[in-house]
Design a protein around this ligand. Sequence first.
Ligand SMILES: [Zn+2]
Length: 67
Amino acid sequence: MNYYVNTQPQDNGDHEVHKSTCMHLPDVSHRRYLGNFATDQEALREARKYYLRADGCFYCCPKIHLH
Ligand SMILES: [Zn+2]
């Protein structure tokens, strides 16, 4: 599965991680490609290399949605 992270933080400061199939995937100008991962946890680890505050999308990555 391909994952992306939103380059723009939410109101609470978190950058959301999304699967490429998510209907809430941010606009192409507001997302960074993270890579192809087998699990949400691996994608989150990658996202945290770019953003200290990264969090899974409530809809597509509930397992890593913490805030
Ligand atoms: Zn999503």
